[in-house]
Write a protein that binds this ligand. Sequence first.
Ligand code: RB5
Length: 146
Amino acid sequence: MRIVIGADHAGFDLKQIIAAYLRHHGHELIDKGTDSDQPVDYPDFARAVAEGVSGGKFDRGILVCGTGVGMAIAANKVAGIRSSAIVDTDTAKLTREHNDLNVLTLGARVLPESRAREIVKTFLQTPFAGGRHGDRVKKIHAIESH
Ligand code: RB5
């Protein structure tokens, strides 16, 4: 799976941990930054990651900020993106099955590292269920052209 990851200063440490975990498990990973804990603006990184997924260069995106919320709001502005801040593995599984989530966002200030890792694992391993859920996802993207 081709994965693109990004973070702001609040998510930098957790991004580094997740990136190392993904590389260790053999994923093809591109890191769009940030590269330190110096303050930056999360929409810049959300845009870079979301456009990479939307353009088809990557299969999935992962973004980390303080809460995960700002990153999700920004990522969802890019056509073709289905993004949400996820805080538990049950939701990670269901949102892959039902919503075909393609950009996962995580909050480094609200999630323990071990749970963030489990959420990432579930996000990457759970397939989309398709069927009626596919029809609903199409309706989401029909909103983009209005
Ligand atoms: C940065 O202080 C913080 O606002 C950001 O990481 C994020 O939580 C925004 O949603």
